[in-house]
Ligand binder design. Structure first.
Ligand code: MRU
Length: 345
């Protein structure tokens, strides 16, 4: 069974506190919107789809608290909470998409609290289904003998269920496909070492953890056939925003003729923004100066700590979604998919 990273329980949110992994599997209860904001900022919950669901449930917490108030009060409290949540992390578009959807549904309803709660809980449930569909769609690109390189964490701990890129990998393994996986450590927050390695070991996948600096050498010497990783935002033309290090992996993959796929639900697409609109999160210098509690650099060195980077569409072989695998030219294939979704309702 995949781990479930988040639950809604009697008007409270229960999460796996990912900062404690892999040493301890600890659950934490979030009771207020400030608890939720803190959990997102400190990365107790992280990963684009999970951040979106957590923010939606954060609004559900507020709706639950004011559920006996009618009309204006509930909507103004929801908007206040939305502003707090929007300021948590800037790059993953799932956060903003989720907040906008919950507010829209509440505003249109005669019972905004009930509507917001039901919509957020349904978003969590739907993520499980979407994960499964993405993992199934992704099987068309995985063959026996594939040696896959993955980056950051895109599994159960980045979503509500099996995951995005790691979901495709884990399903391939469960189906008995003969695959081998190389996962990067993903400095500075070590999502690959702490979380992806934890999930791969739990599933019994034939996997190796490598330092981020070993990507080119591993591609060259270990017969990597495919790169599979996630996305925090994909623009209308296929420009990909994902965990820092993604762009250098894409460049290396192209140089060595290795296929490069991103796996993302349609909630990770941003059809409105252009590259100039996207803010790349920069995080605390402490994340680079310290590993855990251990100081590894002088405290006074200047630090640049971007959490994400931008990969242009020409580096991408395909985008696996819950509907289909999109291929270049992405402007056309993305447009076609979203027209289809609109028509099908
Ligand atoms: O900073 P994080 O850990 O939230 O970043 C996560 C990633 O970059 C993932 O690759 C991305 O969110 C896709 S997760 C399904």
């Amino acid at each position: 069974m995949p781990l479930q990273s988040i639950y809604w329980k009697d008007g409270k949110i229960v999460i796996i506190d990912q900062t404690k992994l892999p040493k301890k599997l600890v659950y934490k209860t979030l009771e207020t919107v400030d608890d939720v904001a803190e959990a997102i900022i400190s990365m107790r919950v992280r990963g684009a789809p999970l951040i979106g669901v957590t923010a939606a449930l954060g609004l559900a917490l507020v709706a639950y608290k004011y559920r006996h108030d009618r009309g204006e009060r509930i909507l103004s409290e929801l908007h206040k909470a939305a502003e707090i949540l929007r300021k948590t992390r800037p790059t993953a578009v799932n956060l903003f998409n989720a907040i906008d959807r919950v507010l829209e549904v509440a505003e249109k309803s005669l019972d905004p609290a009930k509507a917001a709660i039901e919509y957020a809980v349904e978003m969590m449930r739907k993520d499980i289904e979407i994960n499964k569909r993405m993992a199934e769609v992704g099987q068309s690109i995985i063959e026996d003998g594939d040696v896959i390189l993955t980056h950051c964490n895109t599994g159960s701990l980045a979503t509500v269920s099996i995951g995005t890129a790691l979901g495709v990998i884990i399903m391939a393994h469960r189906l008995g496909k003969k695959i081998k996986v190389y996962a990067t450590e993903t400095r500075p927050k070590l999502q690959g070492a702490r979380l992806t390695a934890f999930e791969l070991v739990r599933e019994g996948v034939d996997a190796y953890l490598i330092p981020d600096t070993a990507v080119a050498h591993t591609m060259k010497t270990k017969g990597i056939t495919k790169v599979l990783l996630g996305a925090d935002r994909i623009l209308r033309d296929g420009t990909l925003y994902n965990k820092i290090g993604t762009f250098q992996i894409a460049i290396l993959a192209r140089e060595m003729g290795i296929e490069f796929y991103t796996v993302a639900p349609t909630s990770t697409f941003d059809l409105k923004s252009s590259r100039a609109d996207v803010e790349i999160e920069e995080r605390s210098p402490k994340e680079v100066i310290y590993v855990s509690e251990c100081q590894i650099a002088p405290k006074t060195i200047k630090i640049f700590n971007p959490a994400f980077d931008e990969t242009p569409p020409e580096y991408i072989t395909g985008i696996v979604t819950e509907y289909e695998v999109l291929y270049p030219p992405f402007e056309e294939s993305i447009n076609r998919l979203f027209n289809r979704i609109e028509k099908e309702g």
